[in-house]
Design a protein around this ligand. Structure first.
Ligand code: H79
Length: 429
C-alpha cells in the first residue's frame, strides 16, 4: 500500500466509527433495498413508489445529530442505490427527488447538515442501475429482469450507460463542495475495474476531489479486496477494503502482511433499507463489541440505519444508537485514533491501543484477579477506569458496578515493549 493512501485515510482511520444511511423509494414497500430485484419488478411497476414518495419528515439534521450523539464521526448517504432513483438533482435523469412530492435536492440538504454538525460527509453511489435502459438485464443474475424473456433479445449500448454513470458521478463531485468519502457499490463476476471504465472515472473524480477517500468496490468484489492489497495498487483500487457483514479474522493486510485501511459495513437488523417486519436488532452491547473488534484489528465500522418512507429513523435504531452513544461518551478514548495492540487477544476481552496506552476492554468479569498477560509490572505506569478516571486497585474486586468495561493502562517513559516477555512476570490486577 502506498504512502498517498496512508495520508489520505488518516482522518478516516482515526474516526473509526461512522453511520451508513440507506434511503430511497424502497422505504415505501418496506422490505429492504433489494425489493425490486427480489420481486422481479419492472421499472413501470416500481415507478408507483416514485409517484408516492413524500418524505414529509425529512430532516437530515436530525439524522446527523443522532450520528454525532452515537459517537460517529462520518456519515454516508445513498445518493443513488441499485434502483437508479436519485436523491440528488441530476441533470441526466428525471428519476430524482426533485421530481417527487419532496420537490428538492435531498443530497444537498444532507451534505449541508453534515457540515453544520462538523461530521465528515460521504456519498454512496451504485454503479449498478436497474432503471437505465442500457444496463444489462436478461441473464444478469443481479437484475430484476434476469428471467424476463421480453428482454432476451434487447440490444443495449453499455457505453451509453457508462457515460450516464460517469456523468452522474461528475455531478456529485462537482456540485456539492468538498466530499470526504465516496462509496461505490459494487463489482461482481467479470463486471469489475475497466468494465466500468474505472481508470477514467477515478481520474475525473481525483481531478475535482483530490483528497476524497474511495472504497475498493470499483475493483474488489466479495472476499477479493483487489489490488489495494498488493505493492502496486491500480488507480481505481480504492483507499480502503470494505468487508460486508463480516469482520475479517485478522483484519485486512496487504501481501506483505502490513495492515491496510478497512471498514466493516454492517446492518443493525438484517436489512439495509427500511424493513417494517425485521425487528431482529443487535443489542447495543453487541454493536459496541463489534466496533471494538474492528478497532482492535485496525479497522472501522460503519453502522447502517434505514429511515422509513417519511424520513424517520426507526425508533429501535434511535434507541440503540443512544445506548451506544452512552458507552462512547465514557469510552471514546479507547476508539478514536486507536488500533491494533502488539499484545495477544486476552481471554476476557480485547485490547485496543494508542500512543503507548493499552485499552483493556473487559467483557468477562474475572472471579478475582484480572490477568494482563504480557505486560510486566515494571512497565506499568498507572491503570484507570476510563469511565470515571478512578484508579484500578490491584488485588481488589473488579468494579463492574461502573458499567465500565474499559480500563486504560498507561506506560511510563518507555512505551515500547515486546511480546512475549520471557523473563518477566505478568501483571495481575
Ligand atoms: O447497499 C447494501 C446492499 O444493498 C449492497 N451493499 C450494501 C452496502 C449489497 N449487498 N449485497 N450485495 C450488494 C451483493 C448481492 C447480494 C445478493 Fe441478494 C444475494 C443479491 C441476491 C442474492 C441479498 C440477498 C440481496 C438480495 C438477497
Amino acid at each position: 500500500m502506498n504512502q498517498e493512501i496512508r495520508e489520505r485515510t488518516k482522518w478516516f482511520m482515526d474516526a473509526r466509527f461512522g453511520m451508513f444511511i440507506h434511503w430511497g423509494l424502497y422505504s415505501i414497500p418496506a422490505c429492504g433495498e433489494w425489493v425490486m430485484s427480489e420481486k422481479e419488478m419492472t421499472v413501470e411497476e416500481y415507478r408507483t413508489y416514485f409517484e408516492q414518495f413524500d418524505p414529509v419528515d425529512y430532516d437530515p439534521k436530525k439524522w446527523v445529530r443522532l450520528a454525532k450523539e452515537a459517537g460517529m464521526k462520518y456519515v454516508v448517504l445513498t445518493a443513488k442505490h441499485h434502483d437508479g432513483f436519485c436523491l440528488f438533482d441530476s441533470k441526466l435523469t428525471d428519476y430524482k427527488s426533485t421530481n417527487t412530492k419532496a420537490g428538492r435536492d435531498l443530497v444537498r440538504e444532507f451534505v449541508d447538515a453534515c457540515r453544520e454538525e462538523d461530521l465528515k460527509v460521504g456519498l454512496y453511489f451504485s454503479i449498478i442501475d436497474w432503471k437505465h435502459p442500457d444496463f444489462p438485464k436478461y441473464g444478469d443474475r443481479q437484475h430484476p429482469m434476469r428471467n424476463n424473456e421480453a428482454y432476451k433479445e434487447e440490444k443495449i449500448d453499455f457505453d451509453r450507460y457508462l457515460d450516464y454513470m460517469h456523468g452522474q458521478v461528475k455531478e456529485l463531485v462537482t456540485n456539492y463542495g468538498k466530499l470526504d468519502l465516496l462509496w461505490f457499490d459494487f463489482s461482481y463476476d467479470d463486471m469489475t475495474g475497466e468494465k466500468w471504465k474505472a481508470t477514467e472515472l477515478i481520474k475525473m473524480v481525483r481531478h475535482y476531489q483530490p483528497d476524497v477517500i474511495i472504497d475498493n468496490r470499483l475493483e474488489g468484489a466479495g472476499d477479493n479486496h483487489g489490488s489495494i492489497a498488493t505493492d502496486n495498487p491500480l488507480i481505481y483500487s480504492g483507499d480502503f477494503a470494505s468487508p460486508e457483514q463480516i469482520i475479517p479474522p485478522k483484519g485486512v493486510c496487504d501481501i506483505n502482511g502490513e495492515p491496510i485501511p478497512w471498514e466493516l459495513c454492517a446492518t443493525m437488523n438484517n436489512h439495509w433499507g427500511y424493513c417494517n417486519f425485521d425487528h431482529q436488532y443487535k443489542t447495543p452491547e453487541m454493536l459496541v463489541r463489534k466496533l471494538v473488534e474492528c478497532v482492535s484489528k485496525g479497522g472501522n465500522m460503519i453502522l447502517n440505519v434505514g429511515p422509513d418512507a417519511k424520513g424517520n429513523i426507526p425508533k429501535e435504531s434511535v434507541e440503540i444508537l443512544k445506548e451506544v452513544g452512552n458507552w462512547m461518551d465514557k469510552n471514546k478514548e479507547s476508539i478514536y485514533g486507536c488500533g491494533i495492540s502488539d499484545l495477544e487477544k486476552p481471554d476476557w476481552g480485547r485490547y485496543t491501543e494508542k500512543d503507548g496506552v493499552i485499552y483493556a476492554h473487559v467483557y468477562e468479569t474475572p472471579l478475582g484477579a484480572l490477568p494482563l498477560y504480557g505486560i510486566s509490572p515494571e512497565k506499568l505506569d498507572r491503570i484507570t477506569y476510563l469511565a470515571d478516571g478512578s484508579e484500578v486497585k490491584r488485588g481488589e474486586a473488579w468494579n463492574t458496578a461502573l458499567y465500565t468495561d474499559v480500563a486504560f493502562v498507561s506506560f511510563g517513559d518507555d512505551p515500547v515493549f515486546t511480546y512475549p516477555l520471557p523473563d518477566e512476570k505478568d501483571t495481575v490486577l
